[in-house]
Design a protein around this ligand. Structure first.
Ligand code: 5CU
Length: 376
């Protein structure tokens, strides 16, 4: 059960509220929810990498069902609270799961964002002090609508930031048209939670990809997508242009902590950048940005990855997460303990020592400080 002295905070935990599930049920292209005769529960199909299985299952009722089962873990608030209690999580900062509103037509995006954000806000209100949320932006809508959405979110009591994919307005996060959005978020003290969805192009996984389940797109595609998005932002100078921008990077920053040195080396060995005067002495390096404007979640499942994240950003910038409702146990009861959660908690204990001040910071107090979770 949760304690009266909050220590464990989950900042990476998703939901699809019922109104969003209805939208997915009405769709015929991904993302979608669809029933198949070969599966007891409706299936949630999200990723480009699942298209092959979707097509096979539509044409052949004996083919394996595509995507993942849409269990109560995805949409039920009671289930989220049960999950938190089972894993002794005191506070969760919930967010809409991918692909957010990226596929919604511009003309509906503003209204849908408002209604989804209000629904998240109401859910938090039902569990005052235990739930906060990252809102969702109507990225396909005109700038005016987007800015209005940020003002709406800034006024919602339990909102602490926005969850953002890597496509931005369609051209990635180094798009200059995003600068006013980043400025508005920074001015409203709303932290961006950057999360992948698109991965890498399907053909990277090769002709035998179907034999490997979801492993390659999730284990490698997602983290590379995040790494590329942030590297592009860095190279475009976004972090210098918007000094108050704050981002939490999913999955401990993808591969950024591991590759930051290589990115740096490629920058100062690049003749074009040197000639353009972009490699001057006062340049803020990738390392500086990682320590000044970036936070990392602790969703990396091993001591080795977590130590790299701590070395890159500092243990005062890491925050525990679960990725619930993704990665449920396969062979044990979903209402019990999830191994995906204990692996992340264990990685923290192994990396910095169980019960240490650093462990307490990563498991909860960093999030409380950074995301202002004591302001209720
Ligand atoms: O299992 C998956 O596909 C996912 C996903 O789509 N989003 C996420 O956050 N984690 C896992």
């Amino acid at each position: 059960m949760a304690t009266s002295n909050p220590t464990v905070v989950d900042i990476h935990t998703h939901m699809y509220p019922p109104q969003y599930i209805k939208i997915l049920e009405s769709r015929t292209t991904i993302p979608l929810v669809r029933k198949f005769p070969q599966a007891p529960e409706p299936r949630l199909i999200l990723l480009e990498a699942e298209l092959g299985d979707l097509e096979k299952a539509i044409n052949d009722p004996s083919a394996k069902p595509p995507g993942r089962p849409l269990t109560s873990h995805f949409a039920s608030l009671d289930q989220k609270i049960h999950f938190m209690d089972t894993h002794r999580i005191d506070i969760s900062v919930i967010s809409l799961a991918n692909p957010w509103l990226d596929f919604v037509h511009a003309s509906h995006a503003g209204d849908i964002a408002e209604s989804v954000n209000d629904e998240f806000s109401d859910m938090c209100g039902k569990h005052h002090g235990r739930l906060f949320f990252f809102g969702t932006l109507p990225l396909t809508a005109p700038l005016e609508t987007l800015l209005a959405s940020i003002s709406h979110l800034a006024a919602l009591k339990y909102c602490r930031g926005v969850i953002l994919g890597t496509s931005g307005l369609g051209k990635g996060l180094d798009d200059p048209h995003l600068i006013p959005i980043f400025e508005a978020l920074a001015a409203a003290n709303l932290t961006i939670f950057l999360h992948p969805h698109y991965g890498l192009p399907n053909d990277v996984w090769g002709p035998r990809a179907g034999e490997y389940g979801h492993v390659l797109p999730l284990a490698l595609g997602f983290p590379m997508e995040t790494t590329i998005a942030v590297a592009r932002m860095y190279l475009a100078g976004v972090f210098d242009q918007v000094r108050d921008l704050r981002m939490v990077l999913a999955h401990s920053g993808g591969t950024l902590p591991f590759l930051a040195g290589r990115i740096e080396s490629c920058i100062f060995h690049d003749g074009q950048l040197v000639r353009q005067g972009k490699v001057g002495e006062n340049r803020r390096t990738v390392w500086d940005v990682l320590k000044e404007q970036v936070y990392l979640d602790a969703v990396i499942y091993s001591e080795v990855g977590l130590k790299a994240a701590i070395d890159a950003s500092g243990s005062d910038r890491l925050m525990f997460g679960t990725d619930h409702p993704f990665f449920p146990p396969i062979t044990t009861d979903e209402q019990g303990q999830w191994e995906s959660v204990s692996l992340n908690a264990q990685a923290v204990a192994e990396a910095v020592g169980e019960g240490s001040a650093e462990a307490r910071a990563i498991m909860g107090s960093n999030a409380i400080r950074v995301l202002r979770l004591e302001e209720k």
